[in-house]
Design a protein around this ligand. Structure first.
Ligand SMILES: *Cc1c(COP(=O)(O)O)cnc(C)c1O
Length: 361
């Protein structure tokens, strides 16, 4: 059977080469006579896997020895709690820029544990269809937290924001992690659920500056303590061994592809096919966000009616294109064009959009 063009928002498409390699290793890892899933996480073979995955993450983002790479569980959603628990200090508000549902959840977790929260900017006034261009920090902020790509609403930060010296910048990069070069030194911490851009679900990758990590609250419950995870090289308990192995394969794929600059080039080309189809449609397709803030990863659009949207999604499916239904908070359609989505898939969708419009426009 042919594989479909997979526009799912997450878990999402993975590179075909990666799936094929995993298929082999799943049964018999490099001639060891057992699956990668069946190995002890304390074995030297598995240690090599996690060490290489960590090293690849550092190479891809050019991280020096002043950075720690962690592979944790509980998804990006648990980071919403762990971040304020560890880094929101007494008398120093945790600052957030609210750009959509995921930001809201991050804010809500900080409030739930009684932290003082300051929303430095929000785009809720226009249903999160843009990225705020200015913000006002509180006095004495513990940190500023941003969501660099808004998976549901389809907006993306185009630059890494400048923050005053001494204010740690923390980013939820779940849906645009490793999708383009960034100025990583502007951040103190980056986290990303693997299942959008770098693997299957089950692991959140955390990149954290060691000097910032050293400021984390101590004495927290063990599994919520970044310093314990760091000290134990993400193996305080059993990590999601298979997911980390898969992340390793995807990172190797990114490096073989030519790194982030090449990945970004491909992501721009893919998004351009689809945005061009929207912009050339005389309003048949309507993008839902301000053009300047359009995401390269999640492309959201509406059709003239909900009936046509439903028909579009079902007709696309007949042509082997799946995952195009928008999130219920936005409605309409969403095409997720993560790193691993082939250019041919984006092209196929753009062509389908044109022919659908000819028939129904
Ligand atoms: C998917 C997503 C999350 C949630 O990730 P989980 O791993 O399911 O907890 C958080 N933030 C953003 C931006 C996302 O896209």
């Amino acid at each position: 059977m042919e594989r479909v063009h997979n526009f799912n928002a997450g878990p999402a498409v993975l590179p075909e080469e990666v799936l094929r390699e995993a298929q082999q290793d799943l049964f018999n890892y490099k001639g060891m006579g057992l699956s990668v899933m069946e190995m002890s996480h304390r074995s030297k073979e598995y240690e090599a896997i996690i060490n290489e995955t960590r090293a690849a993450a550092k190479r891809i983002y050019n991280l020096g020895d002043d950075w720690e790479v962690l592979f944790l569980q509980g998804g990006a959603s648990l980071q919403f709690l762990m971040v304020p628990m560890s880094f929101a200090q007494e008398g120093k508000p945790a600052n957030y820029i609210n750009t959509g549902q995921w930001s809201k959840k991050a804010i809500s977790e900080a409030k739930k544990i009684g932290k003082s929260v300051h929303v430095a900017a929000t785009s809720e006034d226009r249903n999160f269809c843009y990225i705020p261009k200015s913000w006002t920090l509180s006095d004495n902020p513990s940190y500023l937290h941003i969501t660099t790509n808004n998976t549901i609403f389809g907006t993306e930060w185009k630059t890494d924001p400048d923050v005053p010296a001494g204010v740690p910048l923390i980013a939820d990069m779940s849906s645009n992690f490793m999708s383009k070069p960034i100025d990583v030194e502007k951040y103190s911490m980056i986290y990303a659920g693997a299942q959008k851009n770098v693997g299957p679900s089950g692991t959140v990758v955390v990149l954290i500056k060691k000097d910032f990590l050293a400021t984390a609250a101590s004495g927290l419950p063990t599994m919520l303590d970044y310093q314990i995870h760091a000290k134990n090289e993400s193996m305080y308990n059993t990590p999601a061994t298979f997911t980390i192995y898969m992340i390793g394969l995807v990172l190797k794929w990114i490096e073989n592809y030519g790194g982030l600059a090449k990945i970004e080039e491909n992501n721009i080309a893919k998004a351009a096919y689809i945005y061009d189809a929207i912009d050339a449609s005389n309003g048949f397709y309507k993008g839902t966000v301000d053009k300047a803030d359009r995401s390269l990863m999640n492309i959201t659009f509406r059709l003239p009616s909900e009936e046509l949207e439903a028909l579009f999604i079902s007709e696309a499916k007949k042509q082997g294109m799946i995952g195009l239904k928008g999130h219920r908070d936005v409605g309409g359609c969403r095409a997720s064009t993560y790193n691993s989505l082939p250019l041919t898939a984006a092209h196929a969708l753009a062509e389908f959009m044109k022919s659908f419009q000819q028939q129904h426009g």
